[in-house]
Ligand binder design. Structure first.
Ligand code: MN3
Length: 196
């Protein structure tokens, strides 16, 4: 049985950027839905990451629900509350990597916004780390993620399904993505890069 990852903050903690209703529905309806469906479909002792890496061996139903479960389990921890309305800039250790691979933090943000715009319909935008140490921004459809396609590590993921923002932003994905930089938990990618 795959298990629920607890939301590491309250449903209202990401306000004003993501509202309490959105978080409640996102967690309880969508996330728990993927998990329950996945547990109905497969009885596996395999760590979820191994299942994801070998996803081509499974049905589309397993792919969608395993992806939904895995992606959201990461996503909750990639965000953090920002009650001080600070700019939430990445720490120096990440700034160096961002400057190296994207030129500047502004360019990095632009690249993410542009990639989110390019994703037609539901999906995710990712900041990934290649085995050679370079990082890049990519996107995947539905509940897919880069581990299903290539050898890499996920540094950050942004859910650009309408269910992630519609109650707050209606169809304005751009404003949602623009605002999400205020609540990115930079410790998440930082920990992965420090291990290298
Ligand atoms: Mn979602």
């Amino acid at each position: 049985m795959y298990k629920l990852v607890k939301l590491p903050y309250s449903y209202s903690a990401l306000e004003p950027y993501i509202g309490e209703n959105t978080m409640f529905v996102h967690y309880n309806k969508h996330y728990i839905g993927y998990l329950n469906k996945l547990n109905e479909l497969v009885y596996s002792q395999l760590p979820i990451k191994s299942l994801i890496i070998n996803i081509d061996d499974y049905s589309t139903d397993v792919r969608n629900n395993a992806g939904g479960y895995f992606n959201h389990s990461l996503f909750w921890n990639m965000l953090r509350p920002n009650t001080t309305m600070s700019k939430n800039l990445p720490p120096y250790s990440l700034q160096i990597i961002i400057d190296r691979d994207f030129g500047s933090y502004e360019n990095f943000k632009e690249k993410i916004k542009e990639t989110a715009k390019k994703r037609f319909g539901s999906g995710w935008v990712w900041w990934i780390l290649y085995p050679n140490g370079k990082t890049a921004i990519v996107e995947t459809p539905y509940q897919d993620n880069p581990l299903m396609y290539i050898d890499c590590e996920i540094l950050l993921g942004i859910d650009v399904w309408e269910h992630a923002y519609y109650l707050n932003y209606e169809a304005d994905r751009e404003s949602y993505v623009n605002n999400i930089f205020n609540i990115i938990n930079w410790s998440y990618p930082n920990k992965i890069l420090l291990r290298k």
